[in-house]
Design a protein around this ligand. Sequence first.
Ligand SMILES: C[S@@+](CC[C@H](N)C(=O)[O-])C[C@H]1O[C@@H](n2cnc3c(N)ncnc32)[C@H](O)[C@@H]1O
Length: 396
Amino acid sequence: MNISATDKFKNLLDSTLSEGSFLKLTLSKPANSELPQNIYAKAVQLKKGKALSCTLRYATKDITQNFYLGIELDNQVDTWLGKSFKIATLITEGEETVLQFNNKGEAQIRYIKNQTDKKAQVLTHNKEKNYLIEEHSKFLQLLGVSSKEGKVYNDQQDKFRQINKYCEIMSAQLGQANLIKNCYKALKIVDMGSGKGYLTFALYDLIKNQLGRNVEMLGVELRTELCDFCNKQSASLEWNEGLRFAAMDILSYNEGDIDVLIALHACDIATDIAIAQGIRNGAELIVVAPCCHKQIRKEMKPQGPWTEILKQGILMERQAELITDALRALLLQKWGYKTKVFEFISTQHTPKNVMIAAVKSNAKMNEGTNQIEKDIQGLKDTFGISEHYLEKLLKG
Ligand SMILES: C[S@@+](CC[C@H](N)C(=O)[O-])C[C@H]1O[C@@H](n2cnc3c(N)ncnc32)[C@H](O)[C@@H]1O
């Protein structure tokens, strides 16, 4: 019995997915202009099982959809092959298989040896190479991280890794704070000091398009030109209903309750202002990656053995960083947050690599406060600090 080219292709897709040699499936040449221009599919392991995670590339936006292996994917593949797309390319370790339909709908199959040194990934979202944000994501092109062909520019590789590392961390933190579960109320996220918006767009893409969670995201940024740029890109992706940027000082934020407060690399006391805004507006999750730490450095008058050690400028600077972030973590705990301090991304990529993540706990605000207050006071006494700026902000 003769097997049609389409069935051969489907069988191959099935077997490479189940044996693990599948690398990528690309669909191109759509049958009409309402369809995506391309679909890029990769294999992922989701909670409910293995799936193909597909990026549907339209002229102005990307949409991500997952199809579980089995009937769901089989039905989808039947619609894609020949009906919706004229070319399907299956890339596996060592070979590309191209299924092509002519105008009469007749299919031909070609096998091309490839030189790829890529190996199929273990199916997990957390593997370094199985990026959550893929290099061909439309927003990366608009922000100048990747080219029109969907390749990350050489000088943007660190930024690309940082974006992905950040999304991995946020995905875990949102899970811990129990904020991913689908509900009708949109998750309200404020990113304070959003700059050019790389991480803001990435997080929006992750939550809205990949996790399928309703989200309202606001980037707050002093520089009007950056807000204008980001709003323009958000509109061109048709994301502007959920993702917008406001040109203002984070001190003046007054748009009410926040679910997630983010401040990445906001200078000096801007991080403290952001944390205070998060606490005051009831944020369930606060994530900050501090930048410079001038306020505490100016305040420090080291006592005892520290006097000698901190005579060296660089040691004083590093110690000021440690004390500032230790006090921030303690103050967050005092205000009822379970707090972790960890490395955000390797120092090889940026020296500003400490992240503080705080999840609001059910414990009452004053539970254990006495001990925390003693710890805060002890630290301040040792280094001759009268007041941390965050303490001052939280006094009222
Ligand atoms: C180093 S950039 C970080 C941008 C982005 N969060 C990132 O990590 O890629 C810090 C941004 O915070 C903004 N910023 C600093 N102080 C601010 C304030 N008080 N209110 C609003 N934005 C502020 C700056 O204009 C700058 O764009």
